[in-house]
Design a protein around this ligand. Structure first.
Ligand code: SF4
Length: 456
């Protein structure tokens, strides 16, 4: 029986199976990237539509879900650590335990075999099955598995259950066809599929009506967004034209096929944020080729120059240290390029071999752990110096800040971001404000990560 229609105007029926009347309570934790956060919002919507409730207390839950990440070894280790603690809930209360997301997809039955107290394992394309699998696990104790990848699943017509706030994520595409040799995403999230732009625009309009001020369009490689005659630049423009949306962001574009039209969009639309995340990964041509990134150092630099010709567009990046065979000279090439580009921020990680990837099959993971650790620490230090220099340039300037909420360190302070996505903190006593407000803030001081100011 088709149980209930999911929210969207003009929506189709989502083929859920009949579920039971009692409202079982779910506790869910999310690991990893924004795409996983977005998927957790989808999962909440699907489970709530089927009568499940949600709780913030794991002690009160009938079901505990971990939405996992597989991108790095430490992401796996964090999940294993949590699973160890969940055994207690299982033994004491017989709670149903579900592992979702990329780690479930990548390890599949191996994870079920090694952690036999897991009841349900569901990959990123199987979430429509989750209500049925959980219900079965609760009522019959039968284990459930849904780890088939789909060429079509985009969760169209399911409106994520968002925590009300200022920023909302919208996934515009899923999967990746790039097969960078180090990356597990093509194996855990499958082939590239783009959503129908009409559905995306309806969702964005709904968000504007609910008072969301910023929309971040998400995709593993947003350059690959294609639907009929729509490309990503056209989509960003259409979202930016929706009344009430103060800021539009997107992540991440791939340097190998960055569309020039997207730069026009950024330049021509004041509410499309002029900050671009441009993952470098390495500054060495030999390493870039081994990673299968599809661009050389020179091509990357040319793209940075083309972006900079359009104006003062802050860049952020991702870097991997200690990829297979990385020499001191190759590492230095990355460090030099970081300095040359002068990124506003960089996410720097040690290479960790992922099961099933091309690099795991082709290349030995031969850079000693101690060297990887040292290189990461050096690059983080270098980036801190660059970020501090960039941020100190802002002292004495007035910037527009979107107020987001309480600062992490003190509820007596507000936190928000500039258009270029730098964090700004100021005392609440300076001026009454509320989340969602755009404020002019005079910058008085800066650290490597934060600007400190007072509203005008
Ligand atoms: S572009 Fe490369 S790094 Fe990014 S998700 Fe696809 S395969 Fe992974």
């Amino acid at each position: 029986m088709i149980h209930q229609e999911l929210i969207q105007p003009g929506s189709i029926h989502v083929p859920f199976q009949e579920v039971r009347p009692k409202s079982y309570q779910v506790y869910m934790e999310t690991f990893g990237c924004q795409m996983n956060e977005y998927d957790s919002e989808l999962i909440r919507a699907m489970l709530k539509t089927q009568g499940f409730g949600f709780t913030d207390q794991s002690d009160e839950a009938d079901v505990i879900l971990l939405n996992t990440c597989a991108i790095r070894e430490n992401a796996h280790n964090r999940v294993y650590g949590h699973l160890g603690k969940l055994k207690y809930h299982k033994q004491e209360r017989g709670v149903v335990i579900g592992v979702l997301g990329c780690m479930a997809q990548n390890l599949k039955k191996e994870l079920l075999d090694s952690q036999p107290f897991i009841d349900v394992l569901v990959g990123p394309d199987g979430y429509r099955q989750l209500p049925k699998l959980l219900t079965t696990a609760i009522t019959t104790r039968a284990k459930g598995l849904s780890v088939d990848l789909s060429e079509y699943e985009t969760y169209e017509h399911i409106i994520p259950e968002r925590v009300s706030g200022v920023n909302a994520w919208i996934a515009v595409m899923r999967g990746c066809d790039n097969f960078c040799t180090f990356c597990v995403v093509p194996y855990t999230r499958g082939r590239e599929r783009s959503r129908d732009p009409q559905g995306i625009l309806l969702e964005a309009q709904g968000l504007a009506e609910q008072g969301f001020k910023q929309i971040t369009l998400l995709g593993q490689n947003v350059n690959s967004f294609r639907f009929d005659h729509w490309d990503f630049a056209k989509l960003v423009t259409a979202v930016a034209d929706i009344p009430g949306i103060e800021r539009v962001r997107f992540m991440s574009p791939h340097p190998k096929d960055f569309p020039p039209a997207l730069l026009d969009t950024v330049a021509q639309h004041p509410n499309v944020c002029s900050q671009i995340h441009l993952p470098l990964q390495s500054g060495s041509d030999r390493v870039l080729e081994a990673m299968g990134r599809g661009y050389t150092r020179k091509e990357y630099v040319q793209l940075v120059e083309a972006i900079r010709r359009r104006g003062d567009i802050p860049l952020t990046t991702d870097i991997i240290c200690g990829f297979c065979g990385e020499t001191d000279t190759e590492y230095s090439a990355t460090s030099q390029l970081m300095e040359e580009v002068g990124y506003h921020a960089a996410y720097i990680f040690k290479y960790s071999e992922r099961k099933n990837t091309i690099a795991a099959r082709k290349f030995p993971d031969d850079v000693p752990e101690a060297i990887k650790t040292e290189r990461v620490a050096q690059l983080i230090d270098r980036q801190k110096t660059i970020s501090l220099k960039n941020n100190r340039r802002m002292i004495g300037q007035t910037v527009d800040v979107l107020v987001e909420g309480d600062a992490k360190k003190s509820s007596q302070q507000w936190v928000g971001h500039t258009e270029s996505h730098v964090t700004v903190v100021w005392d609440k006593l300076c001026r009454p404000s509320q989340p969602g407000e755009l404020l002019s803030v005079f910058i008085e001081d800066a650290s490597a990560s934060t600007l400190f100011g007072r509203p005008n």
